[in-house]
Design a protein around this ligand. Structure first.
Ligand SMILES: Nc1ncnc2c1ncn2[C@@H]1O[C@H](COP(=O)(O)OP(=O)(O)OP(=O)(O)O)[C@@H](O)[C@H]1O
Length: 256
C-alpha cells in the first residue's frame, strides 16, 4: 500500500544493467517521488550503488557497463544520446560514502562548482556559500574559518561540507551512497537530521546498510536482492508488515 500523492521525479522501467557478461540489475521498476527520501537497502553486492549511479549516469564512467530499459527523469529518458550529462549531474547531485572535500579552503569548496558555471560576482558567491552551509547545518561551525582548509574539519563536518557543495549547485535530487558509514554515531545523527530537513526542498535517494537509519529517515524503501527489487513501498509498512519473506528476514537481521 502506498500513501503518496507526490509527483514522480524518476520513473524507472524494465531496467537491465550489465557489467560485461554479468547482469547486475534485472528488470527494475521503481518510481522515485518528489521531495521524499527513498532508501535503497539490501545485502552487499545486490546492486544498490549500481542503481543509484544509474540515476545520474555515473555508470558511464565504467566501460563494460551496458544499460537497457527506461530511466525517465521528468518524463525525459536520460539515456538519450543528446542528454547533457553535465546538466544532468548538476540537477542530480551526489554525495559519496567517504567525505571527499577538495584540498582547498572551505569557501573554495563551495564556490568551485558555481564558478565553473560562470558565476564570478563576489557577492553572489558569498551568498551561495552562506546559504549552502546554512542548509547543510554547518554554517555556525565554520563561519569564522571559511578560509581554512576543508581537510582541517572532522569527518562529520567534511560530509556536511560535501552536502553543502552539492547544494551549491542548486540540484533537484541528491543521491547519497552510504553517507554516514564512515562516521561516528553523533555525526551520523546530525546527517540524519539534516536529510530529514533537506527533503523539504530536495528529492533524496540514499543507499544504506543501516536498517534503523532507513526506518528513521526514509518515506519509501526499496529492498534489493541479487539485482532485483523484491519489495518497494512505504517505509512504515515495509518495516512493520513486510510482504515478502526475504524482506522480513533481511530487516530482522537474519541475513545480510
Ligand atoms: N565497475 C564494476 N565492474 C564490474 N562489476 C561491478 C562493478 N561495480 C559493481 N559490480 C558488480 O555488480 C554487483 C552489484 O554491485 P553494487 O556495488 O551495485 O552492489 P551494492 O548493493 O551497492 O553492494 P555494497 O552494499 O557492498 O556496496 C556486484 O556483483 C558487483 O561485484
Amino acid at each position: 500500500m502506498m500513501t503518496t500523492n507526490k509527483p514522480i521525479t524518476f520513473s524507472i522501467k524494465n531496467l537491465d544493467l550489465f557489467y560485461g557478461e554479468k547482469q547486475a540489475l534485472n528488470q527494475i521498476e521503481l518510481p522515485i517521488y518528489e521531495k521524499e527520501v527513498t532508501a535503497l537497502i539490501g545485502p552487499s553486492g545486490c546492486g544498490k550503488s549500481t542503481f543509484l549511479r544509474v540515476l545520474n549516469r555515473m555508470n558511464d564512467l565504467i566501460d563494460s557497463c551496458v544499460i537497457k530499459g527506461d530511466v525517465l527523469y521528468h518524463q525525459d529518458d536520460i539515456y538519450r544520446k543528446d542528454t547533457d550529462i553535465i546538466e544532468l549531474r548538476t540537477k542530480v547531485g551526489m554525495v559519496f560514502q567517504k567525505p571527499n572535500p577538495f584540498p582547498m579552503s572551505i569557501y573554495d569548496n563551495i564556490t568551485y562548482g558555481p564558478k565553473c558555471q560562470g558565476i564570478k560576482n563576489k557577492q553572489v558567491l558569498n551568498e551561495i556559500v552562506e546559504t549552502s552551509l546554512k542548509q547543510a547545518a554547518i554554517w555556525d561551525e565554520v563561519k569564522d574559518r571559511l578560509k581554512e582548509s576543508a581537510l582541517s574539519l572532522s569527518g562529520g563536518q567534511q560530509q556536511r561540507l560535501c552536502i553543502a557543495r552539492t547544494i551549491a549547485m542548486k540540484p533537484e535530487v541528491i543521491l547519497m551512497d552510504e553517507p554516514t558509514s564512515a562516521l561516528d554515531p553523533v555525526a551520523t545523527a546530525k546527517i540524519e537530521d539534516l536529510i530529514v530537513e533537506l527533503k523539504k526542498e530536495y528529492t533524496i535517494v540514499i543507499v544504506t546498510h543501516n536498517m534503523q537509519q532507513a526506518a528513521r529517515i526514509s518515506d519509501k524503501t526499496a529492498f534489493f536482492l541479487m539485482g532485483e527489487v523484491v519489495e518497494f513501498g512505504d517505509t512504515n509498512h515495509m518495516f512493520s508488515t513486510p510482504k515478502h519473506k526475504k524482506t522480513e528476514e533481511y530487516i530482522t537481521g537474519r541475513f545480510g
